[in-house]
Design a protein. Structure first.
Length: 187
């Protein structure tokens, strides 16, 4: 379950000989070329068990162009992890889409949801692949998760919004302020 950014630096590949890699279909060969010996490729909605934890690979809304492959030739996804009745959702990098509602329906009782927010401006360009704060809140509510951990904010300076904007928007969200117009655009 490694993110493209980690693999690009190959730091995670130093673990390759001694760990199991879970990845989308058609990325296993890449991992094997870089030393991975135990690779499990999954299609959307498929599951596998690792050490008593069930991993389900779920859709996400984003384009893909990994490791020199063509546009959208590999799957982009998110993960649901289940163990002993507890569920954790890891959304990775995604735009808002109706899948969150479906995940909440199919997997009720998610305890913690890690959902990306950031690199969302300009909105005319980014909404398909990245969520702003209001969309992240909506996704969290539709998942029906108990706790939200916003991720990726300020990690890569690829968007037009200031790095601190998502954090300020979270403050406005917590205070009950009307935040949509101020948090959905870079300013």
């Amino acid at each position: 379950m490694l993110r493209e950014a980690i693999l690009a630096g190959c730091s995670a590949l130093s673990l390759a000989p001694r760990c199991r890699f879970l990845c989308p279909l058609d990325l296993g060969e890449f991992l094997c070329k870089h030393g991975a010996r135990d690779v499990v490729e999954l299609d959307w909605w498929q599951t596998t068990e690792v050490g008593g934890t069930v991993f389900t690979f779920l859709p996400a809304q984003h384009w893909s162009r990994r490791f020199g492959m063509g546009w959208n030739e590999t799957l982009w996804g998110s993960w649901l992890m289940e163990r002993d009745g507890r569920k954790v959702y890891f959304g990775g990098n995604s735009g808002y889409f109706k899948g969150y509602r479906e995940f909440g329906r199919r997997f009720p009782g998610i305890g913690v949801a890690f959902i990306g927010v950031g690199t969302y401006a300009p909105r005319w360009f980014m909404p398909y692949a990245h969520m702003d704060v209001p969309e992240t809140v909506r996704a969290f509510r539709e998942l029906g998760a108990r706790y939200l951990v916003p991720t990726q904010s300020g990690v890569l300076g690829l968007g037009d919004e200031p790095a601190a904007r998502p954090a300020r928007c979270w403050e406005l969200t917590q205070s009950g302020s009307r935040y949509r117009s101020r948090c959905s655009r870079a300013s």
